[in-house]
Design a protein around this ligand. Sequence first.
Ligand SMILES: [Zn+2]
Length: 274
Amino acid sequence: MWAAGAAVLLALCGGVAWNLTRFEARHEALTGPPADLMIQPGVSAAEVEAVKGGLRAADRYLRSALGRGADERVEVRIAREQGCRWPMSATGPATAWAESHFLCVNTMSPTWREVMAGDVTAAQSIIAHEHVHNLQGQVGCVRPSGEHEWLWLFEGMAVHLAYQAMVAEGRWKDGEAIDQIRRWGVDDPKLGPLQDYERTGTGLGDPAYALFHLATRSLVEQSEGPRSLLEFCRETARGRPWREAFAGAFGLSPEAFYARFEEERRRVAGRPGA
Ligand SMILES: [Zn+2]
């Protein structure tokens, strides 16, 4: 069940003093991936299991598909009422957010409550999405939130790899990704061409995430597989201009990809000529 508003997932880096925020919680260590769960009173056992399941699924998939996971320890806060300084999205406090060594899930958010009630795999995929941001942070390809140059791909990587992690677990089917992308609103008329989302766009919510998912899925399909995503991330982390890194990793320029992708998008959205 992926109702509207299910994808209010944010990654923030810089400027958020999360580690200074008091957070009363019990601790549980996880080894795969290396993580310290901080669980607040009132969080249910099912919620803890969903978080662990999402982390483990992401870790397994990232290691098998990309050849590496987030090897450095991550603090994972499962918050009930306070402690994470929620970034605000268009619809209220974010459901979850992450940076290189930190992940926080807001168990009081309407989206989290909804997925926990109806679709635990969706809850796991939210955690997996954020864990991809942990990996991006540890590889070094994350930009401060105001300095994105390839935002659609940054978020697209998280949505796509999280979806594929659930496929690898046998929870979702690869062939149903397009159904989810449609349900999330990829044909929303408010969405512009993909190239409009190099710097901003997450404020458009689910439709934007659907577009970023479709684009990243398409990019991976026409390149040499998901490892090209990691190669791109590493190259930008080394300081290579992103358009060059993109061409090197995916075998075509961003402009060539944009042109090809808009054709594919029209077919998926079922809006010929739109
Ligand atoms: Zn994200």
